[in-house]
Design a protein around this ligand. Structure first.
Ligand code: SAH
Length: 373
């Protein structure tokens, strides 16, 4: 007979990827495939209690009920904007809040998730930065934002059941979200293990089975963590560049002192990309700071060596109290875009402002409503 699980500290069944769950079960003298079973119950079939896991032996279920946790988070506030964007404030067990933003667009359902409470990166224009870093999110707290959003979409009457194929993965899964972006509060690569595990849970074919190419993780550019991170997750990468050169970038993003523009370009030049896959450069447009036509020209020149590997996402600044920046006028944004294109950048996208009425921009709602805890 196996060692009872209760001898171990409470096992959080949502906080490990499938490999981790297999290892945890083996460590307790149980067969590894029990870990797969539990993983599928939690992520594929949405079990909210161990009692529902009917194909586990009764003794194991009793053990798990006593010694394992299957925690769940709830949104404590949601705000919907007229354009359909919905901001979710998710209350953590320690009373702090993190935010996630649900962005419907045609058939697409994108969720923007957070990876930390607050952030340590100190970018000058960012609302989350004003909070400082309070703590990393656990993997399950990142994944739970996805489950919360799924429940909201379901309550809205959205029915989407996917038929999955493949060895060990075949079956039905309810997944209404189509895309995930890690662009909420926090720096994902500063919470490396939490983000890796969350990505592995979310992309596991035996779970919610998000295709890795439907997940984009956005980073300030912690250059030496990028390749290992992508090798372990296979997801898409976005880098917040925000400036045409080191002088401007250093003023906006303290991280540039450690990892400068050249360091980022060098990483991008050697990343193993899939066919047609590109790294996104995000560029927050700040009036009079980094939005001159000359900035666009310099940026275009700088990107020449990697032009087939990148695309640019221009984000007109979302104003918030406590930031001395302004959003450029639409014509200026358009001129910036045109200069990039004529300078040889192949793909430039301007992000449409969404959910402004509900402060959907990075960090704004949680910071205002006291998520600082
Ligand atoms: N730490 C990660 C992810 C969070 S920020 C990163 O920096 O990429 C996600 C994106 O929002 C980044 O590109 C950031 O530059 C941008 N951003 C932050 N505050 C903003 C604001 N007030 N207006 C517009 N974009 C903002």
């Amino acid at each position: 007979m196996s060692k009872p699980l209760e001898t171990a500290s409470p096992l959080n069944l949502k906080d490990l990827d499938r490999e981790g769950l297999r290892t945890a079960f083996v460590a307790r003298g149980l067969p590894a495939y029990r870990g797969d079973q539990v993983f599928r119950w939690v992520w594929r079939r949405g079990a909210v209690e161990v009692a529902a896991m009917t194909d586990l032996p009764a003794a194991l279920r009793e053990d798990l009920e006593r010694s394992a946790r299957l925690p769940r988070l709830e949104p404590h506030a949601t705000r919907a904007s007229p354009d359909g964007t919905t901001k979710l404030l998710v209350r953590l067990d320690d009373g702090r809040d993190v935010e996630a933003v649900l962005i419907p667009d045609g058939e697409r359902r994108t969720l923007c998730v957070s990876t930390q409470v607050g952030c340590a990166m100190g970018c000058a224009f960012c609302r989350t930065a004003t909070m400082g870093l309070l703590r990393d999110l656990r993997p399950w707290e990142i994944c739970e934002q996805v489950l919360v959003a799924e429940r909201i979409l379901r309550a809205r009457g959205e029915r989407r059941v996917l038929q999955l194929r493949g060895r060990g993965a075949a079956g039905k899964v309810e997944r209404r979200l189509t895309n995930l972006v890690f662009m909420g509060m926090g720096e994902p690569l500063h919470n490396l293990e939490g983000t890796v595990t969350a990505c592995r849970v979310l992309t596991d074919p035996q779970g919610l089975a998000f295709p890795p190419r439907r997940i984009t993780v956005s980073t300030v550019g912690l250059a030496d963590r990028i390749e290992p991170f992508l090798a372990r997750t296979g997801v898409n990468l976005a880098i917040s560049l925000n400036a045409p050169d080191d002088a401007v970038r250093e003023r906006l993003m303290p991280v540039n002192k450690k990892y400068d523009v050249d360091a980022l370009l060098a990483v991008i030049a050697r990343l193993p990309l899939r066919r047609r896959q590109r790294v996104t450069f995000e560029y927050v447009l700040l009036a009079g700071v980094n939005d001159h036509e000359a900035d666009a020209e310099r940026l275009a020149r700088r990107l020449r060596g990697v032009s087939e590997r990148v695309k640019i996402n221009l984000i007109p600044f979302n104003p918030h109290e406590g930031a001395d920046f302004e959003r450029p006028a639409p014509q200026r944004v358009e001129r910036f875009r045109a200069r990039l294109l004529s300078g040889g950048v192949e793909k430039v996208h301007v992000r449409r402002p969404r959910g402004e009425q509900i402060l959907a921009a990075c960090g704004q709602l949680a910071a205002r409503e006291g998520g600082v805890g």
